[in-house]
Design a protein around this ligand. Structure first.
Ligand code: ZN
Length: 572
């Protein structure tokens, strides 16, 4: 039995995510986790909310709530939606947890001992009215280049000129609007990534099985220009993990917190301790996944993320882990995704454009969305959601191919033989051929799933469903029933067994439907079909079943048009 540690990039706390976010990390990670569990492997699947930073503070202020309260509420909202989408995390943690506080401070302490942290004095804008330093993008003013009056301290959105806050004419706080600003000197900690360049380079070189896209992004950051740069790991904010060296105070860093990019990936590890703490397990149970000196030598660690997250996961987080000098599990494989666009443009939270996770579930059950998103995952390039394509995919793949197969065979059996697997007849050449075809397709499906080729896996699964329909069409038990009822019985028996087989194979993609199919077949046997001939005779003659409700309802043209208009958003 293999042991596989799976993490999905952790979603930011300030709002409900759209379908593009979902398919960019959490959903394919769930597909892989469910598949590996289905194969009998031991899986630990972790995700969390990313809760620190200025955007969370501002979202809380806008909601009129203390930031801790806001984050606790939004975490529950995101956890609930994740559950309803069938995301099978072993634990859905929080980067603001006490466990992550301790572990982040621990890593900072180790890095300081290894002399991989240096102090830097910086000049930063302080707002007297807000009582805080302002990040560059929270300072607004008039652009010196084009005169746009809402230019940000880092860039003018109107003319795209890169700016420093001090370039702005009449600068003001984007939080309060106050113009009572001054430049103050402040000290920050920097992680000396430059000192770890060779070590990271050698580590990336050892990953010969990584996609070129992943290693080329890492190599670019390592070597372009002056090479890998040191990065600030602290901020002058209230909300975050207080800067400490392990459990010791850090002189000169009082009142400062770690920068969100430093503590967020450490939450992958802290989340495992949250899991053992929440479930009454001991530390040994999470350390055997994360410490190679405590049982994790044989763990394979796979991360899922959008392509924009690759630099953090190939360089910054490994720099933290390697720099600690401690035997933590390092990532073995990174599966990254391009972007999903929405109907000729991009998803937009501010313009209400596109479908968000909560809205999707108001329209249709999770499996409809899971199937479309995974079978159109943006792997080799960006992909696009259109309502026409969604309608076609649901109606053809799910309703016509899978749903119709299940409905047809169960209803026919009920009307001619009753609600039990019929007895009699002997399989012949057609059945031998079907089993051979199923075997080769199932082995191909396993290969694609193992390689995390999401789209190809979906295509293969659909082809496996099609084989059942084609068999039923040519075997035609409804014709045989009049002249040769034994042969019809054998064909129906095989068809009913295919429903169980399809439930097992389809569970990673459409878990709720899979569970309904197994329930209809009145079986708990979800064992993987290592031998297909045995798998298609698992349900013996006489085994009772029930005809399930329609598995997938078709999407009508009226629904499609209504939804298209409803989610078009307000273009500004
Ligand atoms: Zn401008």
């Amino acid at each position: 039995m293999a042991r596989i540690l799976i993490t999905s990039a952790i979603p930011y706390i300030n709002g409900i995510k759209h379908l593009g976010n979902l398919v960019g990390s959490q959903l394919p990670a769930d597909l892989y986790a469910r598949y590996q569990r289905g194969r009998g492997n031991e899986v630990l699947f972790l995700c969390a909310t990313d809760e620190h930073g200025t955007p969370a503070e501002l979202a809380a202020a806008k909601a009129g709530k203390p930031v801790a309260e806001y984050c606790a509420e939004m975490h529950e909202v995101q956890a609930d939606i994740a559950r309803r989408f069938g995301l099978s995390f072993d634990h859905f943690g929080r980067s603001s947890s006490a466990q992550n506080h301790r572990l982040t401070q621990h890593f900072a302490g180790r890095l300081a001992e290894a002399e991989l942290i240096r102090e830097v004095s910086e000049k930063q804008v302080y707002s007297n009215a807000d009582g805080r330093f302002l990040p560059d993008r929270y300072i607004e003013g008039t652009c010196p280049n084009c005169g746009y009056d809402k230019a940000r301290g880092d860039q003018c959105e109107n003319c795209t000129k890169q700016l420093d806050p001090t370039d702005l004419i009449d600068p003001r706080s984007a939080i309060s609007g106050s113009t009572d600003l001054e430049v103050r000197e402040t000290k920050h900690l920097y992680l000396r990534q430059s000192a770890m360049k060779d070590q990271l380079d050698a580590w990336i070189d050892s990953k010969s099985d990584w996609p070129v896209l992943t290693t080329s992004i890492a190599k670019k950051w390592l070597h372009d220009g002056d090479g890998l740069q040191d990065r600030g790991i602290t901020r002058d904010l209230d909300w975050g993990i207080p800067v400490k060296k392990g459990d010791q105070d850090w002189p000169g860093m009082e009142g400062k917190v770690f920068y969100v990019w430093f503590d967020a990936p450490i939450e992958y590890i802290a989340c495992a301790k949250e899991w053992t703490d929440a479930t009454g397990r001991g530390d040994a149970d999470w350390e055997r996944w994360w410490r190679t000196d405590k049982g994790a030598e044989d763990v394979r660690y796979v991360q899922f993320m959008g392509k924009d997250n690759v630099p953090f996961h190939t360089l910054s987080f490994p720099a933290t882990i390697l720099g600690s000098g401690e035997p933590w599990t390092l990532v073995d494989y990174i599966k990254s995704f391009n972007y999903l666009n929405y109907d000729g443009g991009q998803f937009s939270t501010s313009q209400g454009r596109g479908v968000f996770m909560d809205q999707a579930l108001e329209l249709l059950p999770a499996d409809y969305w899971r199937w479309w998103l995974l079978s159109h995952a943006p792997e080799s390039s960006d992909s696009e959601f259109t309502w026409e394509n969604f309608q076609t995919s649901v109606n053809k793949d799910l309703a016509d191919v899978l749903g119709n197969f299940v409905s047809r065979i169960t209803k026919f059996c009920r009307s001619k033989f009753g609600e039990a697997v019929p007895e009699g007849g002997t399989p012949g050449d057609a059945e031998t051929t079907l089993i051979a075809n199923l075997t080769s397709r199932i082995r191909a499906y396993e290969g694609f799933m193992e390689a995390m080729e999401v789209r190809k896996s979906a295509q293969e699964l659909r082809a496996i469903w099609v084989l059942g329909n084609e068999y039923l069409q040519s075997a035609a038990p409804w014709s045989n029933f009049k002249t040769d009822p034994d042969t019809a019985a054998m064909q129906v028996r095989l068809g009913l067994n295919l429903i169980r087989l399809y439930a097992v194979l389809s569970a990673p993609f459409i878990p709720d439907t899979s569970a309904r199919m197994l329930a209809a077949m009145n079986t708990l046997d979800a064992s993987w079909p290592d031998a297909v001939d045995a798998a298609v005779s698992a349900l013996d003659a006489g085994h009772g079943f029930t005809v399930p409700e329609v598995l997938f309802a078709k999407i009508t043209d009226e629904q499609r048009e209504e939804w298209q208009a409803r989610f078009a958003g307000v273009r500004s």
